[in-house]
Design a protein around this ligand. Structure first.
Ligand SMILES: NC(=O)C1=CN([C@@H]2O[C@H](COP(=O)(O)OP(=O)(O)OC[C@H]3O[C@@H](n4cnc5c(N)ncnc54)[C@H](OP(=O)(O)O)[C@@H]3O)[C@@H](O)[C@H]2O)C=CC1
Ligand SMILES: N[C@@H](CC=O)C(=O)O
Length: 393
């Protein structure tokens, strides 16, 4: 099979390396063309600056889009599908926005659009989710979906280093997005949770929906982490969605995990993503959620699925499930210099050192109120607290 790689950065280079160095099934694959930016120097025979050279090459079967971002990735993916080429992409930002359009155009042109690497890097999460859906409805999707933020929190916890210092490391290791704000503000998790919910619920959940509760780890500091540690708790950035058959919710938020929770001990750039289905119960998928070779590995698994004629699930996005950001209520710890008594009028508040515990508040309302607090105190931080935690008494 002849392949074109669009974008020769961390993941694109990884795909090229694995294909050219394996003695297993990927020996049936050949990288024929690599698209690089117009102003970049051509230093490999496969390289070109001209997308049309790839689109018009009838020998190219598969286009791997790993440029990232929305445009021109969106345009190139559509053009490749319309030129009857299968498309594989790791680009969750563009998939989360255009999953329905890509799926429809792929079907119209009788080609495949696969994206295993877009959620959970090297973890076979999409495949696992699709398999689970053959039997069960999924009522829970939850987990650590971002390698960069997990690496930052884990390193801050283990080494006591500062946030920016560790973020810089994550960038050097190839984990972070071109704009790392996406990693630390929860946007990347939001994109991945949208893709997962699209598949699980057969309903499009668009990341631009301003009602989605999304809060990242930008404001966490070492003192927060030390305080949580004293209580034997570990903070993780989680994506969460629950469905009761008629409605679903959705949240991206820092969450405290007890030492006994699997999530608490997920290290470095690893992710753990869970689903719950009626007959299978809870299923957890763990592996490296970011990084060159694990991500490239998942890209190549998709190519091999096409090579072997393996069909992935097709969704029509026809479900009438309603989004309700306040479907669930949780407890939250907030660190802020703002007097929050009036803001949380009607809710039970307890002061714990520099933190205020708000009990039993609907998730969507909590996120909306936190936006108000951030206008006055831009360094404020909040985290969800386990329901049965003793300190909440
Ligand atoms: N890194 C990871 O661990 C993972 C990444 N992903 C996703 O994979 C995609 C690629 O990520 P990654 O490889 O890390 O990103 P990089 O920034 O390392 O690579 C992207 C490459 O594409 C190039 N590029 C940008 N625009 C164009 C263009 N118009 N034409 C040709 N080349 C272009 C960039 O060049 P330049 O440097 O000059 O901008 C860069 O070389 C992203 O969507 C990311 O979200 C998914 C899972 C894991
Ligand atoms: N920046 C992302 C890369 C993989 O999706 C992450 O850190 O998880």
């Amino acid at each position: 099979m002849n392949i074109a790689i669009l974008g020769f950065g961390t993941v694109g280079t990884g795909v090229y390396k694995i294909i050219n160095n394996t003695d297993r099934q990927a020996t049936n694959l050949n990288v024929k063309k690599i698209l690089i930016r117009e102003n970049h120097k051509i230093n490999l025979p496969e390289m070109t600056n001209d997308i049309d050279e790839i689109l018009d090459d009838i020998e190219i079967d598969v286009v791997v889009e790993v440029i990232g971002g929305i445009e021109p990735a969106h345009r190139y993916i559509l053009a490749a599908l319309r030129h009857k080429k299968h498309v594989i992409t790791a680009n969750k930002a563009v998939i989360a926005r255009y999953m329905d359009e890509f799926s429809r155009v792929a079907t119209e042109n009788n080609v495949k659009f696969y994206f295993e690497s877009s959620v959970g890097g090297g973890i076979p999460w999409i495949q696992g989710l699709e398999r689970a859906l053959r039997i069960d409805s999924i009522d829970t999707i939850t987990g650590i979906f971002n390698g960069t933020s997990n690496y930052i929190l884990d390193q801050m916890d283990k080494t006591g280093r500062e946030f920016n210092d560790v973020l810089h490391n994550a960038q050097e290791l190839g984990y972070a997005e071109a704009d790392p704000s996406d990693d630390i503000d929860g946007i990347d998790v939001a994109n991945k949770l949208c893709i997962s919910a699209d598949i699980a619920y057969d309903r499009l959940v668009l990341p631009d929906d301003h009602r989605l509760p999304i809060f990242g780890i930008r404001n966490i500091n070492r003192t927060d982490i030390e305080y949580f540690n004293q209580q034997n708790l570990t903070v993780k950035l989680l994506g969460k969605s629950f469905c009761d058959g008629k409605q679903f919710d959705y949240a991206v938020e820092p969450s405290l995990c007890k030492a006994s929770a699997i999530e608490a001990s997920v290290p470095d750039n690893y992710n753990v993503i869970s689903l719950h289905g009626g007959t299978i119960g809870m299923l957890k998928f763990m592996g490296q959620g970011a990084g060159q070779l694990p991500t490239a590995n998942a890209v190549i698994q998709d190519i091999l699925d096409i090579y072997q004629g393996k069909e992935h699930l097709q969704r029509a996005f026809k479900s009438s499930l309603k989004f309700n950001p306040n479907l669930n209520r949780r407890h939250y710890l907030i660190r802020t210099r703002v007097d929050v008594v009036d803001i949380f009028e009607g809710y039970q508040l307890t002061v714990h050192d520099n933190y205020v515990l708000v009990r039993d508040i609907p998730v969507g309302i909590m996120h909306d109120l936190m936006k108000e607090i951030l206008i006055i105190d831009e360094l404020a931080f909040m985290t969800c607290v386990p329901e049965d935690l003793e300190t909440t008494n």
